[in-house]
Design a protein around this ligand. Structure first.
Ligand SMILES: C[S@@+](CC[C@H](N)C(=O)[O-])C[C@H]1O[C@@H](n2cnc3c(N)ncnc32)[C@H](O)[C@@H]1O
Length: 321
């Protein structure tokens, strides 16, 4: 009986999520444990569609409404006094974190390709991970200068013989594709993006704010569409004289294994370079590298076959294989 009770299942999910949050955000670890023990908050979650019950979404929505990271008392107050507002935000919004530091973990692979480059990022969110050439980089003291002197410097730890480039590659064209693009010029969209950062996650908020300011100086185009159906039409608009690179981070896990397989076929028919930065096993044809101890890091693969690197999920370090 207990296993069929959605509230029991939600409590279990929050407890499990708390263990995963431990290293990144002790505050969110405690909050998820507190939710797992709180009948009022669990009852509220139980009436939402299953995909809308995640801790990430609840905590970001609460922060969005309260104006600062929520404590368990704030969550209880919200579900008791403002339940309609809280569910409206949770139903309307999605967890679509856009982490600019992931550019540091993809840049060495990009910089090995024939220039100039044309980029398509699928699952681009606000497009902050389309701006490789504008950011500067610091790979454990090896510096790469970007084209925008006011853009943030992305710091990335180096493990193994990472081919750190001498300069950023020439990018002549870029486009993002997302089911729900976030608009960098919209205060509300960018406030939502900021609310998705977990409480106490070091310098992520500051980096995000600096990347948003960079994007606002010349917003990258992010088109509304589904990577399962709309990629060939977008790819057809890329300049033929440039190397077309289709890439993604933390996106294909949202697709079924069948859809991932179809996406791989589509990409191979487009005659492009395909870079995937995903959790191990998501790009199915690439085995989990030896020595990998998940969860957390991603695997950076080229063309669905070659594992190039293990990358920290938020771009903090890069281990070349
Ligand atoms: C976790 S975010 C990652 C954003 C960005 N790639 C990054 O690394 O910071 C995943 C994004 O994928 C998008 N997405 C998920 N499924 C998609 C699909 N079928 N087509 C297009 N975008 C999709 C979501 O809307 C979301 O913006």
């Amino acid at each position: 009986m207990g296993g069929l009770d959605p509230v029991v299942g939600i409590a279990d999910n929050y407890r499990q999520w708390a263990r995963e949050a431990h290293a990144l955000s002790p505050a969110y670890e405690s909050l998820a444990d507190a939710v797992a023990a709180d009948g009022i908050v669990l009852d509220f979650l139980g009436v939402l569609p299953p995909v809308k019950r995640q801790p990430n979404l609840l905590f970001a929505a609460a922060r969005y409404l309260v104006g600062s990271p929520a404590a368990i008392d704030d969550l209880r107050a919200l579900v008791s006094e403002r339940p309609a507002e809280l569910s409206r935000v949770m139903l309307a919004r999605r967890t679509q974190t856009n982490e600019p530091a992931r550019c540091a973990t993809l840049l060495p692979a990009l910089a090995q390709l024939p220039e100039p480059l044309a980029l398509i990022e699928v699952g681009a969110s606000a497009g902050l991970t389309l701006l490789f050439d504008r950011y500067s980089y610091d790979y454990d003291g090896q510096h790469v200068a970007g084209t925008d002197g006011d853009a943030p410097t992305l710091r990335c730890g180096v493990r193994g013989r990472v081919p750190v480039p001498a300069r950023v590659p020439a990018i002549v064209w870029r486009a993002g594709l997302d089911l729900n693009p976030l608009d960098v010029t919209s205060e509300e969209d960018m406030r939502w993006l900021s609310c998705l950062v977990w409480q106490g996650e070091g310098d992520r908020e500051e980096r995000l704010a600096a990347a948003i300011a960079t994007a606002r100086r010349d917003p990258p185009p992010v088109h509304r569409g589904d990577l399962r159906t709309d990629l060939p039409a977008l790819a057809a608009t890329a300049p033929a004289e440039a190397t077309l690179v289709i890439y993604h981070s933390a996106v294909l896990a949202y697709l079924s294994p069948e859809d991932r397989g179809r996406f791989a076929s589509t990409v191979s028919e487009l005659g492009c370079v395909w870079l995937a930065n995903e959790a191990p096993g998501v790009v199915g044809s690439v085995p989990e590298p030896d020595g990998y101890h998940g969860p957390g890091p991603f695997v950076l693969t080229r063309d669905g076959r070659e594992a190039l690197a293990i990358t920290e999920g938020h771009g903090g370090w890069l281990q070349w294989l």
